[in-house]
Design a protein around this ligand. Sequence first.
Ligand code: KG4
Ligand code: ZN
Length: 325
Amino acid sequence: MILSIESSCDDSAISITEIATNKLLFHKKISQELDHSVYGGVVPELAARLHAEALPKILQECEPYFKDLKAVGVTASPGLAVTLIEGVTLAKAVSVALDIPLIGVNHLIGHIYSLFIEKETVFPLTVLLVSGGHTQVMEVKSLTEITTIAKSMDDSFGESFDKVAKMMGLGYPGGPAIQELAKEGDRKRYNFTVPLLRTPKLAFSYSGLKNAVRLAVEKSEPKDYKDIAASFEHIATKHLVHKLKKYFQNHPPKNFAIVGGASANLYLRSQIKDILKSYNAKLLLSDLQYCSDNAAMIGRVAVEMYKKKMFTSLEELEVAARVDF
Ligand code: KG4
Ligand code: ZN
């Protein structure tokens, strides 16, 4: 079995995965959303302190599995340096105490493998990762053959939802709140500009849209917020769809996946489903409970890395976790 730890942002999570079967034997996550909500975003130092409290508590529940552990996997990067180090420190302690190797897992690869929790892998795969930290398109041939095709030049898709929600006083995380508000709204009322519409570049940008929404919020009243939310969600999604269509012209998808916290967005899912129809491509999605950060996805990657003996030294792990992304 492998014990896995995730602490890259505001979720403290630990899982146990059986190596031979990919079976998830234990899975627990303590989310800090409510603690950060009043600030409209994650406060890194507060998150680190809450991880220091929550992770050892969850680890205690895993004690019955300790004798069967073959390795400990932990999110090494990218993420908030002060929160990553909490998970890494605990992983080091487990590794030394039980004399088992460490496996440093890349968080973005973790999101890709959220598709394969308790399942076999499916490759090759074109992936759209939309989270609070990232917006990127990747071609994935295997665990070690991942090419980034396009990424955001500034804010991420999820982050733009968080910032728009903050402008409307909706708390954190903003994605679910904006999605809910948008359901009642008129998607066409506010004619926001689709970002990077005239440039052929395969890239994403959300800071301009965010500023346009800010102006609209300032000029309006709370009764208009549902229309602003709906128009924003529409344009934020249209931007992704527009760039994907451009990419698909020369690279038609076969298996396409949306992963990351914001892949839970239903409007995004429906719009992408529509474009995939014309390519006869299959859409892969993670279970809703595994879209946002969790340790099961880190464990699923760690199982693959364990089989390939991709272990990480204590020093390498510390260096990786000390950089903010
Ligand atoms: O993957 P995740 O849990 O953390 C990161 O690795 O960043 O993603 C969290 C992000 C937040 O920005 C949150 O607002 C966004 O995912 N999110 C959504 C939805 N649910 C979560 N964004 C849009 N629509 C949603 N339904
Ligand atoms: Zn994430």
